[in-house]
Write a protein that binds this ligand. Structure first.
Ligand code: GSH
Length: 265
């Protein structure tokens, strides 16, 4: 079986980093295709994605679909794309032969880890692998909440804010507890749990860019006291951000947050 994965998404996207970091660590070839968020409506969502012109758009009229989650504009998703990625989301990944569609960034991450024979990214045995899944499942609940929260940041309401706050506290309590007993989340070695956490949490921290909008509506940043409330988790996040495979993929994405911390200390 040929190793590798092709991924289509808007870029940069921390959900894509997950597979990218794992692929770097394990030396699995991946191809990432995409464009900035605002350009993605000008792409044909397909196993062979491509940028399309206004003339192409007329030709591909039959693939026109209105975005369902996050996107409100018209998107061009081929029937084959929907067959392979039935929820129609990005990141969307495909096996090297283009026949198998893989969706949900944690599952795209797993698809890389399953191709790794040396680094135990998916745990050392089947029980560890199931424990990895336990953390990834909890992580998905957190990231689904923060997705809705980030969509709503410009016009926050009490219900959305409180949902996010309780999801944040529940999830970070669990991560903090686990880090009291092991060097990495849940294990004494690095797994895809750490990779998934790093990417999802970095994305959640983007709430910081909307501090003024939140304050205007009478809310504080949910992560305002992150360092004090969850010190092990904070140290772990910073430790991960210094690993070459993480920093080379995440680039400058977290620099603003580090600067903010320096200014407030
Ligand atoms: N939990 C999913 C989230 C993926 C997702 O919701 N993607 C949105 C963009 S943020 C999407 O592709 N929406 C397509 C649409 O609006 O039709 C993951 O981790 O991959």
């Amino acid at each position: 079986m040929e190793k590798g994965l092709k991924i289509f998404s808007y870029l940069p996207n921390p959900r894509v980093w997950k597979a990218e970091i794992a692929a770097k660590i394990a030396g699995i070839p991946i191809e990432i295709i995409g464009d900035k968020l605002t350009e993605i409506p000008n792409w044909l969502w397909d196993t062979k994605p491509k940028k399309i012109s206004d003339t192409d758009k007329k030709k591909f009229k039959k693939f026109k679909r209105i975005g369902k989650r996050g996107f409100t504009s018209v998107l061009y998703k081929t029937d084959n794309f929907i067959k392979l990625i039935p929820f129609g989301t990005v990141p969307a990944a495909f096996s090297p032969d283009g026949k198998t569609g893989i969706f949900e960034s944690n599952s795209i991450l797993r698809a890389i880890a399953r191709q790794d024979d040396h680094f135990n990214l998916y745990g050392k045995d089947s029980f560890d692998a199931s424990r990895v899944d336990s953390f990834l499942d909890s992580g998905l609940v957190f990231s689904r909440e923060h997705q809705e929260y980030l969509f709503g940041l410009k016009d926050m309401n009490e219900a959305l804010y409180q949902r996010m706050k309780s999801a944040y506290e529940f999830f970070l309590n669990g991560i903090e507890e686990s880090l009291k007993h092991s060097k990495f989340i849940g294990f004494d070695y690095l797994t895809i749990v750490d990779i998934s956490f790093f990417c999802d949490f970095s994305q959640f921290l983007r709430e910081g860019h909307y501090e003024d909008d939140l304050n205007e509506k009478g809310f504080d940043l949910i992560s305002e006291k992150f360092i004090f409330d969850y010190p092990e988790t904070y140290d772990h996040l910073l430790k991960l951000s210094q690993i070459e495979e993480f920093s080379s993929v995440s680039g400058t994405y977290l620099d603003w947050y580090k600067k903010k911390l320096q200014n407030s200390s």
